[in-house]
Design a protein around this ligand. Sequence first.
Ligand SMILES: [Zn+2]
Ligand SMILES: [Zn+2]
Length: 409
Amino acid sequence: MYAEAIPGWNVFKQIFTEHWEGFKPFRPRYHTPYYDDLVDKMLRCGNPDQIGYIEYRCLHCGQGKHRVAMSCKSSLCLRCAKVYVDNWVAQVGKMLHDGVIYRHIVLTVPDVLRTPFYQHAEALLSPFMQCGVQCLDDFFRTVSGKALRGGYIVVVQTHGRNGRYNPHLHCIATSGGWDAQAHKWVHLGYLPYPMLHKKWQWYVLEMCRETLKTDAMTRLVQACYAKYPNGFVANVQKGDVPSRYQSLATYLAKYVVSPPISLRRIDGYDGQSVTYHYRSHKTERVERERVDVYTFIGRMIQHVLPKGFQRIRYYGVQATKTFAKIKGLIQAALAKVRGIVKGAIKIIAAQSYRERYRQSSGHDPLRCPHCHHEMDVWKVWHPKYGVVYDELEVMRRGRYASTGRSTSG
Ligand SMILES: [Zn+2]
Ligand SMILES: [Zn+2]
């Protein structure tokens, strides 16, 4: 519901206000009502009279008043990104199981595949996620010699640190899986990474070949096998992630749901070009980049996923009721493994607007500044539907005394 003011936000909006119309003919792919709507919502975000609001009033002394602008929920909106991250952490946090060892595995594609992925995002991104899971299942099966069913949370990310197109998967994978035949959980402590690189290469290349079925892709696939005899990069976080980090979900959020170029990284805009910085993976140093304004818009918008696309997906035992059923068995099996930190994964509840506000401003927004009583929802206004809730109307209808009013945001 709420997002705080962020430095750079006005510059970001100014860039889109001044150049979105000019950008569209330049990149016709984005000349659609879908993208227009995302930009429009983002530009109106933070303005209560344009985006809608909830108004709180003190019903005790009648003086206190507080208005909360609704969030635009546009995937392009960096103002709402913090809200998005909080929700993401809460969602993933719920799916992580106490005491289970997870690994954070990043599956990447080489440079030569980035352009085809960009051009065919709609066709390739879903099978891309699917084949990451197939690859890991196959990998665990090969390593253990048994048909194991692991649990996976997969998130697709399309940008690298510099904002360029660089599709990759973040997989939160159980370290091992369920052996249905033996009815037990098999933990894999050692993973031979070179094997994973080769397997990942095979899965992703065959997926590309089969999905696109073009001569160009077939040639590219052949070239990739020849050029990368050791497979594709699959980074496995060393050690057990949960034992090193108090909250796996929070740790992941940093990597996974960060915007392509964060507002804090925008250093300058002169009407024609934008300067920003990022920390490079390769050099581990802060790099600066100056790009013309259309390139900048392109770097932001190219990462908007196809309409309705599910960015986070759950696979294997993670996705089913099986997991709840076998959880006890998993934990019993893992208890025998040395070095597990019990309860290392902290489940974080979704932060309400009120908590976020309190955290950033230091005071409770829903407490009347005059009499210090809690304020109540007075009015909810939406630009399309008008007033959707009106306390005065509720009073008139005589339901006032019996209303169980909620004061949380
Ligand atoms: Zn927004
Ligand atoms: Zn009051």
